[in-house]
Design a protein around this ligand. Structure first.
Ligand code: ZN
Ligand code: ZN
Length: 735
C-alpha cells in the first residue's frame, strides 16, 4: 500500500487507481506498452498515466523510465511522485536505470533534497546518476551545491560533456570566474573542451564572469560552431555591455548564411537597446527582419523591440504597432510598454492605456499606479478623473498607494479640491498620504492648510513631511512658522535637517529679506550645500537687489551647475555695474559654451483635447503667424497699463530692442497667446504647464494679462503653481 506520508501528493483519481490490488498475473501486452510510449512522446502525459494505471500486469522498467522522463520534461512532480509510490507499492524495486530517472525527475521538478537523498541511498551509482543530480542543481539555480557535488564527482568519475556544461553554466550564474577557470583547465586536460556543448558553456562562463574577450578567444578556437555557439557569443557580448560587437557578430552570422532563432533575436535586440550608438533606423531594420522571419508575434521579442524603439525616440504609435503584432499579450507586458513610454511621453502612455482595454485585459494596481503618474504630468484634471473612475470600477479604490498617487496627480493638475476629497475618503493613510497632501497644499501656496493638516497627522512624520511643511511656509511667506518648524524637527522629531530642508529654510529667510541670516545658515550647514541651496539664496538676493551675497552665491552656483544660466546673468550684470567689463565678457563666454547644454524652456497648453507644445522663439506651430500677432497685440495692450519688459534678464551685449523681442517670445507667452486666441468666447481658466521655472518677465506679463483680459490664468512651472487673477499672483511674486 501507499505510505500515508506520500498520500497527499497523489491526486484523487490516481489514488483510486493505486488502491487496487497490486499483484499482477500476466505481463502487459506489447501494444499497451507501445501506446503508453507513444502518448508520452506526444506529450499526452495524463492519458499515458491513465492507461498505465489501468494495466493489470507488471510493467517493465522501461515503461517506468519513459513515464518518469515525461514527468521530468513537463515538470509534473505530482504525477512523478505517484509513479514512485506505485513502484514501491507494487514491490517494483527500481534498478540503477530507473533510479537515475527518478533522480532526474525529482531534480528537474526542484525537489533537490529528495533527489539527493535517493542518490545517497543508491547502492551503486554511475556517471548518469551524478550528472542527473548535477544538472538538477544547475537548472534550479543552486550553483554552490552544484560546485560541491562536482568536486565530489571528480574523485569518482571523469565528468562527461553534460556535466562540464552544467558546472560551467552554474559558474557563470554565480559569477565565479576562478571556479570557472579551474573547470576550464580540467576540460582542456581531458579534451572535453573540444565538445561544442562545452565550448558554448565556456563562452557563457567567460562572458558572465570575466570579460567578453575570454569568451571570444574560445569562440575563435572552436572547430565547430553551432547556432548555440553563435547565440552564446552574441549574448556574451551583450552581457558585457559590448552591444556594438554583438551587432557586428550578428551581421557576420547573417553574411555567412547561418540562420538565427528567437534567442539570437532577443540578444541582438537587447544589444541594440543597450548600445548608445544604435539608432531608430537600426530598430526599424531589426523590426523588419523580425517581421520577415515570422518571430514578430513572439511576446518576448515584441517587448524587447518596444524597449529599443522607445529608447531611440520611437513614438508610442511605433511601440504600439510592434506590440499589437505580438500574441499572448498579458497585463504584465502591457504595463511594461506603458511604463517605457510614461516617463517621456505621458500622453502616449494614456493612448496605450486606452488600447489595453481593447485586448479584453484589465489593468492591475501596478498599471494604474503608472498611469496615474502619467496623469500627474499632464496639465488638466480630466485624464485623472477618467482614470480615477476606472480605479473605482476595478475595486482598487481603497488601495493606499493608488490613492496617494491620485492626491499627488490632482494637485499637480491644479485640482486641489479633488486631492482633498481623495485624501478625506481614504480609509487608511500612511506617511506618504499625509506627505502628498501637505505637498499639494505647498505647491498651491496654501501654507496654513498644510500646517493645520500637520497638526492632525496621527502617525510619525518623516523627512519628506518636513520638506513639504517648509516649502509650504516658504511658498506662503510664513516666516515665523517656517523657522519654528526648522528648529523643532530635530529637537522634537529626531529628524536631522538635510540639504532640501536647508534650501527651504534659506528660501524662507530670504523671502523675508533676512539675507545675512540666510547666508549664515548656508555656511553653517554640516554638509556641502548643493545648487538648490545656492539658487535659493541667489533668488532671494535678486528679489531684494542685494549684490555682495549674490556674487558669492553666483560663483558657487556656476561651479556646481554650469548649465544654469541664472548665475552667469547675475554675475555678468554685477560686473557690468561695477565697470569690470573684462570679467563680464569672460562670464558671458563661459555661459555661451554651457548654454547649448541647457534644458530648453517648453510650455504646453491643452486646447480641444490636444496638447500644444511651444518652445521659446519657436516657429513650428502651424498657426505661428496668428500666434505671434496675438503676442504683439497683447504686448501693446499691456504696455499701456504699465508693462515694462524686464530686460536685465537678457545678456547685456544684446541691443535693448532685441532684448525685448527675446522676451516676448518666451514659450509661456506663446502658449498664453494661443490659449486666448483659441478661447475668445470663453471665460474659463487658462492652464499652462512649463518645464522650468517661470521667469520674472513672464510672471509680470501674465499678472497684467489676467487683469487686462479678465480671465484666470494658472501656470504650473517646475516649482509650483501660480494662480493669476485680477493682476495678482497666488505666489505673491515669490517663487
Ligand atoms: Zn519668460
Ligand atoms: Zn506667481
Amino acid at each position: 500500500m501507499v505510505s500515508s506520508r506520500g498520500a497527499h501528493y497523489v491526486s484523487r483519481r490516481l489514488f483510486t487507481a493505486l488502491a487496487r490490488p497490486t499483484i499482477y498475473e500476466t505481463p502487459p501486452s506489447a501494444a499497451q506498452i507501445f501506446l503508453i510510449e507513444r502518448l508520452c512522446t506526444k506529450g499526452q502525459l495524463q492519458e499515458a498515466l491513465s492507461l498505465f494505471f489501468s494495466l493489470n500486469s507488471q510493467p517493465p522498467s522501461q515503461t517506468y523510465a519513459t513515464l518518469l522522463q515525461a514527468c521530468a520534461q513537463h515538470r509534473c512532480l505530482r504525477e512523478g511522485r505517484t509513479l514512485h509510490h506505485h513502484m514501491l507499492a507494487s514491490n517494483h524495486h527500481p534498478d540503477l536505470f530507473v533510479s537515475n530517472h527518478l533522480i532526474n525527475m525529482y531534480a528537474k521538478c526542484g525537489c533537490l533534497e529528495f533527489a539527493h537523498q535517493l542518490f545517497d541511498e543508491m547502492p551503486h551509482r554511475n556517471l548518469v546518476s551524478w550528472t542527473a543530480l548535477l544538472t538538477g542543481y544547475e537548472q534550479n539555480g543552486r550553483p554552490q551545491d552544484c560546485f560541491r557535488l562536482f568536486a565530489r564527482m571528480i574523485s569518482h568519475h571523469l565528468p562527461n560533456e553534460f556535466a562540464f556544461a552544467s558546472i560551467l553554466t552554474s559558474r557563470a550564474a554565480s559569477k565565479d570566474g576562478n571556479g570557472g577557470r579551474q573547470v576550464h583547465t580540467l576540460a582542456v586536460k581531458t579534451s572535453f573542451d573540444a565538445y561544442v556543448y562545452v565550448g558554448n558553456a565556456l563562452i557563457t562562463m567567460y562572458s558572465s564572469c570575466i570579460d567578453s574577450d575570454g569568451g571570444w578567444s574560445i569562440f575563435q578556437t572552436m572547430n565547430c560552431h553551432n547556432l548555440i555557439t553563435w547565440n552564446s557569443m552574441i549574448a556574451g557580448f551583450q552581457l558585457c555591455g559590448r552591444g556594438d560587437r554583438s551587432l557586428e557578430l550578428f551581421s557576420r552570422m547573417h553574411r555567412e548564411g547561418i540562420g538565427f532563432d528567437r534567442a539570437t533575436l532577443v540578444s541582438v535586440i537587447s544589444s541594440c537597446s543597450d548600445n548608445a550608438l544604435s539608432s531608430l533606423e537600426q530598430c526599424q531594420q531589426l523590426h523588419s527582419l523580425v517581421t520577415k522571419s515570422g518571430f514578430v508575434s513572439e511576446l518576448e521579442i515584441g517587448t524587447s523591440l518596444v524597449k529599443a524603439y522607445s529608447k531611440f525616440g520611437g513614438s508610442a504609435h511605433d511601440c504600439y504597432r510592434v506590440f499589437s503584432e505580438t500574441k499572448h499579450r498579458d497585463i504584465v507586458s502591457w504595463t511594461g510598454i506603458i511604463t517605457s513610454c510614461a516617463e517621456r511621453e505621458p500622453e502616449e502612455a494614456l493612448f496605450l492605456f486606452g488600447r489595453l482595454w481593447m485586448d479584453g485585459l484589465e489593468p492591475d494596481r501596478y498599471t494604474f499606479s503608472i498611469i496615474v503618474k502619467a496623469c500627474a504630468a499632464l496639465a488638466t484634471e480630466h485624464h485623472g478623473l477618467a482614470v480615477h473612475g476606472q480605479i473605482v470600477k476595478a475595486g482598487f479604490e481603497d488601495d493606499v498607494v493608488l490613492a496617494n498617487a491620485l492626491v499627488h496627480a490632482y494637485a499637480r493638475c491644479g485640482a486641489i479640491d479633488l486631492s482633498e476629497r481623495v485624501f478625506d475618503q481614504m480609509p487608511v493613510r500612511d506617511t506618504v498620504s499625509w506627505n502628498s497632501m501637505i505637498k499639494a497644499y505647498a505647491i498651491h501656496g496654501q501654507g496654513n492648510e498644510a500646517l493645520k493638516l500637520f497638526e492632525q497627522m496621527n502617525i510619525q512624520p518623516d523627512g519628506a513631511t518636513f520638506v513639504g511643511l517648509l516649502s509650504a511656509c516658504s511658498h506662503a511667506g510664513l516666516l515665523n512658522q517656517g523657522i519654528e518648524i526648522f528648529d523643532t524637527m530635530l529637537k522634537n522629531y529626531e529628524i536631522a535637517p538635510q540639504r532640501e530642508h536647508y534650501a527651504c529654510a534659506v528660501d524662507i529667510l530670504g523671502r523675508a529679506g533676512r539675507l545675512t541670516e540666510a547666508e549664515e545658515l548656508v555656511n553653517q550647514m554640516p554638509m556641502e550645500p548643493d545648487s538648490v541651496v545656492w539658487s535659493a539664496l541667489l533668488g532671494a538676493c535678486r528679489k531684494h537687489g542685494e549684490t555682495k551675497i549674490a556674487e558669492r552665491a553666483s560663483r558657487k552656483l556656476i561651479e556646481l551647475e554650469p548649465t544654469n544660466s541664472i548665475g552667469y546673468i547675475l554675475m555678468s550684470n554685477i560686473y557690468c555695474a561695477k565697470g569690470s567689463f573684462t570679467d563680464a565678457g569672460f562670464i558671458r563666454k563661459e555661459m555661451k559654451y554651457w548654454r547649448t547644454k541647457k534644458e530648453p524652456g517648453l510650455s504646453w497648453i491643452e486646447i480641444g483635447n490636444r496638447v500644444h507644445e511651444f518652445a521659446a522663439g519657436g516657429r513650428r506651430h502651424p498657426q505661428r503667424e496668428a500666434i505671434y500677432a496675438e503676442v504683439e497685440g497683447l504686448v501693446c495692450r499691456l504696455k499701456a497699463i504699465g508693462y515694462v519688459p524686464e530686460t536685465s534678464l537678457v545678456l547685456h551685449e544684446v541691443e535693448e530692442e532685441h532684448k525685448e523681442e527675446q522676451l516676448y517670445y518666451h514659450s509661456e507667452k506663446l502658449a498664453l497667446a494661443f490659449g486666448l486666441m483659441m478661447t475668445v468666447t470663453s471665460t474659463a481658466c487658462i492652464r499652462i504647464m512649463k518645464n522650468i521655472r517661470i521667469c520674472v518677465d513672464c510672471h509680470n506679463f501674465i499678472k497684467l494679462a489676467s487683469n487686462c483680459v479678465g480671465r484666470e490664468i494658472v501656470v504650473r512651472d517646475a516649482n509650483r503653481f501660480h494662480h493669476f487673477r485680477d493682476g495678482l499672483c497666488s505666489c505673491s511674486d515669490y517663487w
